[in-house]
Design a protein. Structure first.
Length: 546
C-alpha cells in the first residue's frame, strides 16, 4: 500500500513538473503560424535558403561589415499575414530611425554585391510585407547593372500579382564610380516606402540612367528623406512600357529629398533632367531640393511633367496622363531652365491629358532661362507665391492652355516676359493662348508694364524689390519694400521663406538654402535683366522636352 501511494505521488509531481517546464520547439499544427524567429546569416551561401524559409514576423540578420556576393530573390509567401519579414544589418541600432544614411554609414551595414548585370535583389511577383533596413547594395568593380534592386517587373499584367507593402529604409545603394549603372531602384508595385536612403553614381554614357524609376504598378508610393543622384534623371515616373492595362502610378508622396547631379558629370555622361513625371496621378512633391541641371542630351529643363504614352488602357487605347499634382515648398537651384509641362502626347495619338497642376511657394535660384514652358494644352495650372530671378521668359507657350491662374508671385520679366510663339509678349499671348486666365497681384520686375496685364505691381530693377539678402539665399522682403502688402488680401507676394526653410530644413547640409553661387556650372554669369520683348517680335521657339 505504502509503495502504491509513493508511486502515485511521484507520478503527480512528475506531471506538474512537465506542465511547468517549457516545451521544446514543435512544428505548428496545420494552418497555424509558428512563432517569429531571428536568424543570423553569416555567409552568402546561407542567404537565399534563409529568405526562402522565412515566415511573416521573422528577422534575418546580416553581419555588419560582411560581404554577401550573388543575386538574391525575396520570394512570395503563401502566408498572407501582414507581419513583416525583416532583412537587416546586425548593427541597425547604430543607424538611427528617421535619419538619412550616408556613405559614411556603411561601416554599420551588411554589404550585398552583384558580380553581373542582373538585379542584386529581386522582389518577386506576389511578394508582400518585406522590410529592408541598414544594407549597402552595390556592384562589383567593372560591373554595369541594369537594376540593383528591382521590385516587381514590367511584364506583369495584373496589379494583384505585383509586390505590395515593401519598405526600404536606410539603404546605401550605389553603382561603381567609374562604370555606373542604369537604375538603382526600379519600382513596379503596389504600396512601397523608400525612406532615409542614399542612392548615388547612377550614370551611363550610352543610355538614360536614374537613381529611381517607377513604372508598372499603381502605388501608393512614399519616397521621403532620400539623396538621389542620377545622370539621366534623379527619379522618373513612367517612361517604360507597362504590362498592366490602365495602370497609373498614383497617390505619391515625394518629400524632403535632395535630388542632385554632380557638376563633375558635365560632358561625361548622358544628362537629361533632375525630376520627370510621364505618367502619374495624385502627387505631392514638397520640401525637396532639386540641384544642378544643364543643357546636354535634353534642353536644360530641371523639372518635367510630360504626358507620354507607354502603355494601353483597358480598351487597348494609348494611355498617358498626369493629373492632380502639387509642387510646393521646393528649392530649385542651378538649372538652365525651370519647369516644362506637356499636356498631350499627340505624336502617339494619346487621348490622355496633363491637368490640375499647383505650383506654390517655391524658390528658383540661378535658373537663368525659361521659368515655365507650356506645350500641347495642359489644363488648370495654378502658380502662386513663388519667387524667381531669371532672365528668360516667365512663361513660354506654344498653343492654348486653359485654366491658368498666376497670382502673388515675384518674377523678373527677363527678355520675353509672358511669351507665345508668333504672338510676342504680354496681353495678346494671354488672350490667345490662355483664354480666361487670371494674372494679378504679382510683382513683375523689368520693362513691359505697357503690354502686360494690369492688376500687378511693376518695378524697373531687382534692387527696387528690396530683398533682405539674395546673395545668402534670403528672399524675404525688407520692411520698406514697395511689394509689401501687394499680394491678395494685402499679403506679401513671393515665396514665404519661413515656410520654405521649415520644409527643407535638414534636406541638405546647408541651412539656410545654398548661396546663389554655391555651385556654378554655367560658363558665364547669370544674364542681366534686359528689356522684355515687345508684342509682335519673335524669339526662339519653345524647346521640346522628352
Amino acid at each position: 500500500m505504502y509503495f502504491k501511494l509513493l508511486t502515485m505521488w511521484l507520478l503527480v509531481l512528475f506531471m506538474i513538473g512537465c506542465a511547468a517546464a517549457p516545451l521544446p520547439p514543435q512544428a505548428a499544427a496545420t494552418g497555424e503560424p509558428r512563432a517569429a524567429r531571428t536568424v543570423r546569416v553569416t555567409n552568402a551561401s546561407e542567404l537565399q535558403p534563409a529568405l526562402d524559409a522565412a515566415s511573416p514576423g521573422d528577422t534575418i540578420e546580416l553581419v555588419a561589415g560582411a560581404t554577401y556576393s550573388g543575386n538574391f530573390r525575396l520570394p512570395a509567401k503563401t502566408d498572407n499575414r501582414k507581419d513583416f519579414i525583416t532583412l537587416q544589418s546586425t548593427e541597425v541600432d547604430r543607424l538611427p530611425a528617421g535619419t538619412r544614411v550616408t556613405p559614411q554609414s556603411s561601416g554599420h551595414m551588411a554589404r550585398l554585391v552583384t558580380a553581373n548585370a542582373d538585379p542584386l535583389l529581386l522582389v518577386a511577383q506576389g511578394s508582400h510585407n518585406w522590410r529592408l533596413i541598414g544594407l549597402e547594395l552595390t556592384t562589383a568593380p567593372g560591373v554595369y547593372a541594369y537594376d540593383i534592386l528591382r521590385v516587381g517587373d514590367m511584364e506583369a499584367t495584373s496589379a494583384d500579382s505585383q509586390p505590395r507593402d515593401i519598405e526600404l529604409d536606410r539603404l546605401y545603394v550605389h553603382a561603381h564610380p567609374e562604370k555606373g549603372s542604369k537604375r538603382g531602384i526600379f519600382l513596379n508595385s503596389n504600396a512601397v516606402k523608400l525612406t532615409n536612403s542614399y542612392l548615388s553614381e547612377f550614370k551611363s554614357n550610352f543610355q538614360d540612367a536614374m537613381a529611381v524609376a517607377v513604372c508598372n504598378g499603381p502605388g501608393p508610393y512614399d519616397i521621403s528623406n532620400n539623396y538621389l543622384e542620377g545622370a539621366g534623371y534623379g527619379i522618373i515616373f513612367g517612361g517604360c512600357p507597362n504590362g498592366i492595362p490602365g495602370v497609373v502610378p498614383s497617390d505619391i508622396t515625394f518629400t524632403r529629398n535632395h535630388v542632385f547631379k554632380p557638376l563633375a558629370w558635365k560632358d561625361k555622361w548622358v544628362v537629361k533632367n533632375i525630376f520627370e513625371v510621364k505618367l502619374g496621378r495624385r502627387m505631392r512633391i514638397e520640401g525637396n531640393v532639386f540641384e544642378n541641371n544643364w543643357v546636354a542630351n535634353q534642353s536644360g529643363f530641371g523639372i518635367l511633367f510630360t504626358v507620354r504614352t507607354d502603355g494601353l488602357d483597358t480598351q487597348g487605347k494609348p494611355l498617358g496622363l498626369i493629373e492632380d499634382i502639387t509642387f510646393a515648398n521646393n528649392l530649385v537651384i542651378n538649372s538652365t531652365h525651370g519647369i516644362n509641362i506637356l499636356g498631350q502626347d499627340e505624336a502617339r495619338q494619346n487621348l490622355g491629358q496633363g491637368r490640375n497642376f499647383t505650383f506654390r511657394n517655391n524658390l528658383f535660384v540661378k535658373v537663368p532661362g525659361r521659368l515655365f514652358q507650356f506645350l500641347q494644352n495642359p489644363q488648370s495650372v495654378l502658380i502662386e507665391n513663388n519667387t524667381a530671378v531669371s532672365s528668360g521668359a516667365i512663361i513660354m507657350s506654344e498653343n492654348v492652355t486653359t485654366g491658368l491662374v498666376m497670382r502673388d508671385n515675384i518674377f523678373t520679366l527677363g527678355d520675353l516676359g509672358i511669351f507665345g510663339s508668333g504672338l510676342g509678349s504680354g496681353n495678346k499671348v494671354l488672350q490667345v493662348n490662355f483664354p480666361g486666365s487670371v494674372v494679378r497681384s504679382n510683382g513683375f520686375v523689368g520693362e513691359g508694364e505697357a503690354w502686360h496685364p494690369a492688376g500687378n505691381t511693376y518695378l524697373k530693377s531687382i534692387e527696387e524689390v528690396r530683398f533682405v539678402d539674395p546673395s545668402q539665399g534670403n528672399y524675404r522682403l525688407q520692411p520698406k519694400s514697395p511689394l509689401r502688402g501687394k499680394g491678395q488680401k494685402k499679403k506679401d507676394p513671393g515665396v514665404d521663406m519661413d515656410a520654405l526653410e521649415a520644409a527643407i530644413k535638414g534636406v541638405v547640409a546647408i541651412t539656410p538654402p545654398p548661396k546663389i553661387a554655391a555651385a556654378l556650372y554655367i560658363n558665364r554669369a547669370v544674364l542681366p535683366i534686359t528689356p522684355v520683348m515687345a508684342p509682335g517680335r519673335t524669339a526662339p521657339p519653345p524647346n521640346e522636352a522628352n
